[in-house]
Design a protein around this ligand. Structure first.
Ligand code: PFF
Length: 454
């Protein structure tokens, strides 16, 4: 049982750590390729609407719930539900399971990024001369069990090491160190990319909407991604919120996290699409965009090895600050619920996560034939967590905060630490309305559509 709860050093530490959780493979690996597949600018506009109408309200609610309860997800739901305690506890357990599944496969891709840092250093990327070459190289690497499992292991161990040192000495310290480095590398890559995009095709693709590409399915993809990219819906931000000081302004903190996450996704899109168009590649390359196309782009651009090294370092940093947030949620839950120490919990969880990731890692090689509903183990873990468990978790948070807790309690918690409360009343009321009605209805629509009911 945890006796005293750790807290962030200050508000900036929290914002950097939470933004570190939000900014991850979702922004740099996933956002560009789904934008590429779904037509560019029009998709981005819909995605931004989803972020504002659902992502931001639920994100603030999740942080608020954590700060109010000062506990991890399971204890929060169990202790603060007035009725149906067992069902709500099950909801908390679902968060735990979701985190576990996401970590299993997320660490695999994170491991690839780290592996590609070393591919860049060893000169292998420089030797690639075409997109086909890059794709072959990628396939060879990811189907090699020694390569994938080695990097998977290293990544799980790195995340475990950070969380081992705790909230302030581990997570906050690493976020303070790495997030500025991340930002600097990204700015550098954006300038480089824009300077390559002589004809401005990348910029047009990103900023000139073509509405003919949008249909109902596109809207749903944008909605689903809003959850994933903001780390909403599995208790990670609830856990980070539980380490937050009672006097920090939640509306400000929440908005900062969302602004940073969105800005970084757009910057990553800029860096990637200007390079891709600048070098004449296809933007609709799919999940392989980053690993298949970019190495080919890097190999033929001036000083491409440096660009490649910087890019994959950026991707690895983004992934690390996200994996540690998920691991911390798992650790904090077990600290609440058991008598084990943080150190023991981290070691055991890391080993389990490594084992869980093995089927995901082997899905690209020896186990590619192991399929359920025609999906590999990796696809199943990704589909189940991102498309089903996260939207469902977001719904739980919205319902718990807006329908189970009393409105007064919630608004008092929201305005805590804000000097000019009256100035923010309208914002608070709008947030509450979005949380209570708009977000749940839209989430249910997403949920129904991805389960094939509508
Ligand atoms: N937000 C992370 C990304 O965009 O890569 C992924 C993620 C982290 C999802 C933490 C969910 C989560 F709880």
């Amino acid at each position: 049982m945890q006796t005293t709860r750790e807290h962030w050093g200050n508000k900036l530490g929290f914002i950097l750590a939470a933004a570190g959780s939000a900014v991850g493979l979702g922004n740099i690996w996933k956002f560009p390729y789904i934008t590429g597949e779904n037509g560019g600018a029009a998709f981005i506009i819909i995605y931004l609407l989803c972020i504002m109408l659902i992502g931001l309200p639920v994100l603030i609610a999740e942080i608020l719930l954590g700060r109010y309860a000062q506990k991890g997800p399971i204890s929060t739901f169990r202790d603060f539900a007035r009725r149906h305690k067992k069902i709500w506890t099950a909801g908390g357990i679902l968060f735990f399971i979701t985190g576990f599944i996401i970590l299993g496969y997320y660490n695999v891709i994170a491991g690839w990024s780290l592996g590609y840092v070393f591919e860049s250093i060893s000169g292998h990327i420089a030797g690639i001369s075409s997109s086909a070459d890059a794709a072959t190289h990628f396939r060879e690497l990811v189907s090699n069990p020694v390569w994938t499992l080695f990097w998977h292991f290293i990544f799980v161990a790195a995340g475990g090491l950070v969380v081992y040192f705790g909230v302030r000495n581990g997570i906050e310290r690493i976020a303070r160190l790495l997030m500025p480095v991340f930002f600097l590398i990204l700015i550098f890559l954006v300038f480089w990319g824009v300077s390559l995009d002589g004809e401005g095709k990348g910029l047009t693709f990103l900023f000139q909407p073509d509405w003919s590409t949008i249909n109902f399915k596109t809207v749903l993809i944008a909605l689903g991604h809003a959850f994933f990219t903001l780390s909403v819906g599995m208790g990670v931000l609830l856990t980070y919120g539980s380490y937050l000081d009672k006097n920090d302004n939640l509306l400000f903190c929440g908005s900062m996290i969302v602004i940073l996450d969105t800005l970084i996704a757009l910057m990553a899109g800029l860096a990637i699409f200007t390079s891709v168009f600048g070098m004449g590649f296809d933007p609709a390359e799919g999940p392989g965009l980053v690993f298949n196309v970019l190495p080919a782009v890097f190999s033929i651009m001036p000083a491409g090895s440096i660009f490649s090294l910087l890019f994959f370092t950026l991707l690895s940093i983004a992934a690390l600050t996200s994996t540690i947030s998920i691991l911390e949620m798992l650790v904090s839950t077990l600290l609440d619920e058991t008598r084990f120490s943080r150190h023991h919990i981290v070691i055991v969880l890391s080993l389990l996560i490594f084992v869980l990731g093995i089927p995901a890692a082997l899905s690209f090689g020896g186990w590619s034939h192991v399929r359920l509903f025609d999906m590999t183990m990796f696809d199943i873990m990704d589909y189940l967590s991102a498309n089903i468990l996260l939207p469902f978790g977001g719904l739980l948070v919205a319902v718990f905060v807006a329908w189970v807790l009393k409105k007064n309690t919630v608004l008092n918690e929201l305005y805590r630490g804000i000097a000019e409360k009256s100035a923010l009343r309208k914002t608070g009321d709008t947030w509450y309305f979005l949380l209570k009605y708009v977000a749940p209805v839209l989430i249910i629509l997403v949920f129904l559509s991805i389960t094939g009911i509508i």
